[in-house]
Design a protein around this ligand. Sequence first.
Ligand code: F6R
Length: 621
Amino acid sequence: MCGIVGYVGTQQAAPLLLEGLTRLEHRGYDSAGVAVLGGSGLRVAKRAGRVRELADGLPRRFGGKVGIGHTRWATHGPANDTNAHPHLDAASRVAVVHNGIIDNAAALRTELADDGIVLASDTDTEVLAHLIGRSRAETLEQRVAEALGRVEGTYGLAVAHADFPDRLVVARNGSPLIVGVGDREMHVASDLAALVRYTTTVAHLDDGEMATITATGFTTYRLGASGLAATERRAREVDIDPTAYDAGQHDSFMHKELLEQPTRAEAVLRGRLDERFGTGHLGGLNLDARELRAIRRVKILGCGSAYYVGQMGASLIEELARIPADAEAASEFRYRNPIIEPDTLYVAVSQSGETIDTLLAVQEVQRKGGRVIGLVNVVGSAIARQVDGGIYLHAGPEVAVASTKALTNMFLGFAMLALQLGRVRDLSIADGRRLIGGLTRIPEQIGDILATESDLAVVAQRLAAAESLFFVGRVRGFPVAREGAQKFKEISYRHAEAYQTSELKHGPLALISPDVPTVAIVPDDELVERNVAALHEIAARGGPLVVVTHASVDLGHLAGGVGADGVDGAATVRIDVPRNERELDPILLTIPLQLLACHAALELGHDIDKPRNLAKSVTVE
Ligand code: F6R
């Protein structure tokens, strides 16, 4: 989604802004722009297309040591040069970059037009530039506050003004903004990725907060009806490896992040398993045993892959704690006037911690008195700060749009939560220890699956040839199939549809043919016979099969091996994953599906880190 960068200091701003924008490219965008304040006033360059094109076309005289930059993801108006940010006021003295949506932009545009202002773009952001430009308040801070007082909606924004050439003013309401403190220079960005190259000393602004940034420091204020009140915000050191944002020798971030899974899985489990009592030890939940015991229901809220892993988590909680649990797409939740019950534990799950649908769902629950905990990866993100407790996922920065390592750690987070809920109920200490044993084996077993990558690449190449695929699974295996289909479609652009294996006969079997392969999730569990019977039904209709299973499962005459002559004929390819405890199998069954998606997309020549039409964090509804 849209990205913001800003700089005030002793160096030329433009190259630093462009570098920062490059670091935000993974979030998804369709146009980019920069504005600098220098001796010759305010200069702006912006265009549809990539940051590289913007950099190549930059005028030679583009000097200035104060500046702002933006990558835009079109919402109001098409992706073209005019709609790209920064936007200017009528006198071209104010430049604004903005993430989020101004809900009352239409009314404000009409008001400005009635006053004779000609709006150059179709955007909601431009109204902000005009409102600030029209203000006659004494300071830039007051002018920005006055303008923000007129708008309804969400924003992260940065403002440069030719009359105040020593500073930027930035503000946040629902869209992240981080100030980075350097040596006689200050940076600002909407994502840590754009800052870590320059500094790891940062301050996250809160919603409703504004900051003045000069070369020597920053000052923060709270925006209120009665004006600006100073706030006390200190920059802190973040524990982040700056190379986390470099793909290194990998040809994509997705591939790098996939391979990091064993070590990241260890990180999320570290110090959170209590072997002695056979339970999880998630201190951040802020819930004692009595409060955990009082929970009668669990509702998990997330979007996309986080929703699917939420379904895996709901199964784990029901199985281990025997409490009713379900997952719901956070994007739908608040629109059906949900019933919030006091003895329900709500769990928000999010990699970025910025997904607006999930954040709004959390707020809906809290508004009605419900309690929400978070499983969140990005430290200090909006959801992490909004929830009443929770745990960080320790997956490290995830740059690729397709979520892999964060998703794995979400599953492990749910497993520990389920253990903890189970152990204050009827889950025995022996079962608790059995599951801890299983969790401890997972990092190595993920490594074993990743080691089969070259075999999986062969299968993926063949799947890539199909226009349309099914992913099927049952009960624990169904969310695995959903996640497998999601990963496959988002980066290969093939139509991949997930179904419960049991539902095939009720409709989709009509589509099975030699051209439509099915990826079937068949763990060696209580449903194995029913699952294998369904495979025969698919094979009998000529449907090619890729079966993700355990070595102990007998596929009868369907059996083949990875690399066997499957997929294009009716023959079956099997992919065996290591066995763990049944309840924990879903995550191991998921790993080969990530590799299948990755290699199918590579085979098709797609840029797998930047899938078309998608963004890494979806910060607008
Ligand atoms: C899929 C994917 C998305 C995200 C979804 C939620 O690979 O990455 O479906 O899972 O947009 O994002 P977060 O977890 O940041 O809330």
